[in-house]
Design a binder for this molecule. Structure first.
Ligand SMILES: [Zn+2]
Length: 317
């Protein structure tokens, strides 16, 4: 254990449960993340196995008795009710109305606070990242799906069921591709990594047989760099859909900073090129005073945002 860890007074643990990985870290009072860890979720093994992994991660930090740990912020990929300690609905994990906080609290002896994963990532950037000096943020995570969160006037929008801002499910293309939510042509079905892979393979299938199983969005961006015509068409379309979706959000929320995060943004130089100008063209004239930027917290945004719940007195929660 390094000396720095021992010197600092208080910490909180952040845990970000995703469909593929469970990420964890120890956040100090100064907003520094330490001892970051990532393990496979293996969601097919079910709820009990995942809970054991979460508890195991928490215990691994508790093993150092010199650390004063205030609690655990737990980010989940779905709707949560923190007051009741419930995971209301996490479709990706097939969790429905689960009393998760008390189960973990009873096992580890620490207070657990729940938060939606996109909200957590948004708070991570709002407190510690590129959103630090902005009061009005529109946050989009372009990964397997499309996560979203909005902060207006320093308040995280939550709504009646604390489920507000599922921007991934605004319908952008009527009669479009079926979405997991039951609608068609949702924003998520057009700009997520999965959507990029699907739309490229649809174009390619016209020309030759194709093994979709091997395709990743990373490969498509690589093909774009190598002037592959179908990749260029796919990515250009993606950017147009992205511009429309972002401008819709700005027109509603009057954001000042759009923060993009997630795996797709590993190719940020391609996504960002010309994007801000195109979004401005689509946006109501009085609301064109905004910037689009990319999160620099990487995989830590959700962990930091979840852990921040023990350090920040929020108007936003
Ligand atoms: Zn949808």
């Amino acid at each position: 254990m390094n000396e720095k860890v021992i010197k600092i007074r208080e910490y909180s643990i952040g845990i970000d449960v995703g469909g593929t990985n469970i990420k964890a870290g120890l956040l100090d009072e100064d907003g520094k993340i330490q001892l970051a860890k990532s393990i496979k979720t293996q969601k097919e093994q079910g709820y009990i196995s995942i809970i054991k992994k979460i508890i195991g991660l928490i215990n691994s930090y508790q093993d150092n008795e010199e650390l004063k740990i205030k609690g655990v912020g737990l980010a989940l990929p779905g709707a949560v009710n923190d007051e009741k300690g419930l995971c209301l609905y996490c479709p990706n994990l097939k969790w429905d109305n689960i009393n998760i906080s008390s189960e973990i609290e009873n096992s580890v002896g620490l207070k657990v606070k729940l938060i939606n994963d996109a909200n957590a990532a948004c708070l991570g950037d709002y407190f510690y990242g590129v959103g630090k000096n902005s009061n009005n943020i529109i946050y989009l995570t372009l990964g397997t799906g499309l996560g979203s969160a909005v902060i207006i006037d320093n308040k995280l929008l939550q709504g009646k069921d604390k489920a507000a801002v599922e921007a991934g499910h605004m319908i952008i293309e009527p009669f479009g591709y079926p979405c997991s939510c039951g609608s068609r042509g949702c924003f998520e079905t057009l700009v997520s990594a999965t959507a990029i892979e699907r739309r490229y393979s649809e174009k390619q299938d016209i020309n030759r047989s194709f093994n979709k199983g091997n395709l990743t969005s990373k490969m498509i961006f690589e093909a774009y760099r190598n002037n592959d015509i179908l990749a260029i068409k796919t990515i250009d379309e993606t950017k147009e859909y992205l511009a429309i979706g972002i401008s819709n959000l700005i027109n509603i929320f009057n954001g000042e900073k759009v923060i993009l995060a997630g795996g797709v943004m590993h190719s940020k130089e391609i996504i960002l090129e010309g994007l801000e100008n195109r979004v401005k063209e689509c946006t109501y004239p009085s609301m064109r005073n905004f910037t689009i930027t990319v999160s620099k917290l990487g995989d830590n945004a959700g962990v930091m945002g979840a852990a921040s719940l023990f350090f920040k007195t929020l108007k936003v929660i």
